[in-house]
Write a protein that binds this ligand. Structure first.
Ligand code: 13P
Length: 257
């Protein structure tokens, strides 16, 4: 079985050409000593610059969204998977909770974007997660089951084989309030069991990463969970040293040999 390990950064709406030029050489240096596969997902306008900077490294570059449409055409403001590939990306975030909550992305849109990304040849990092209110009302499994179910129903086995699933509890994003390692492992095991109900082979090979206030000082404990295959890192991915330290935590728990 291929390694499920990956640590991906999500810069969100942060960054500049100057920030890219400072970050890239520092992370490239660090990555030379890190076994865990790395990806950095940046605003569309910086994808090609970052891809050029990482050209001779093992660090992958991604976008943070992708058009649901595959063919070029009259879709003002959209960026297709093919364009992302052309700019040097190999990954893209899809269905982040900020897009679901602030830009009205439904499960159906997330499925369409996931499929479009795979069609283009990208690895979509597809996000699922519950709000604090849903957690307090005991709706975690219902919400995640619905979000995951849409993907399992809407994508083919071949498409699902290409994705990375990211569990990002909304209450833990940017709040400094991370899920406990036990909470993360419990939900990752739940997600994997739901997938196994449909396809046991896929469940064994699919990467499920955790996102939500992952920092160098909590990463190793979170990564210790059997079903936690890495992280989708927001704030701590903006600095090469903290991002590299999180990746080293994956190496330290022995999941990347
Ligand atoms: P933070 O790591 O800043 O909490 O962000 C998590 C996230 O949303 C990554 O996609």
């Amino acid at each position: 079985m291929h390694s499920r390990a990956i640590v991906a950064g999500n810069w969100k709406m942060n960054g500049s050409r100057a920030a890219i030029d400072e970050f890239a050489p520092a992370l490239a240096d660090a990555a030379a000593g890190i076994r865990c596969p790395l990806a950095v997902c940046v605003p569309f306008v910086y994808v090609s610059r970052l891809a050029e900077r990482f050209a001779d490294t093992t660090v992958a570059v991604g976008g943070q969204d992708v058009a649901a449409e595959v063919e070029a055409g009259a879709f003002t403001g959209e960026v297709s998977g093919e364009m992302l590939i052309d700019a040097g990306a190999t990954h893209t975030v899809v269905g982040h909770s900020e897009r679901r909550e602030k830009y009205g992305e439904t499960d159906a849109i997330v499925v369409a974007k996931t499929r479009a990304a795979v069609t283009a040849g990208l690895v979509p990092i597809v996000c699922v997660g519950e709000t604090l209110e849903q957690r307090e009302n005991d709706q975690v499994e219902a919400v995640l089951g619905r979000q995951l179910g849409a993907l399992l129903d809407g994508c083919s086995a071949e498409e699902l084989d290409r994705i990375v699933l990211a569990y990002e509890p909304i209450w833990a994003i940017g709040t400094g309030r991370t899920a406990t390692p036990e909470q993360a492992q419990e939900i990752h095991a739940y997600l994997r069991s739901q997938i196994a109900d449909r396809d046991a082979t896929l469940a064994r090979s699919l990467s499920i990463v955790y996102g939500g206030s992952v920092k160098p000082d909590n990463a190793e404990a979170i990564f210790a969970g059997d079903d936690v295959d890495g992280a989708l890192v927001g704030g701590a991915s903006l600095k090469a040293d903290s991002f590299a330290d999180i990746a080293r935590a994956m190496d330290a728990v022995g999941k990347t040999s």
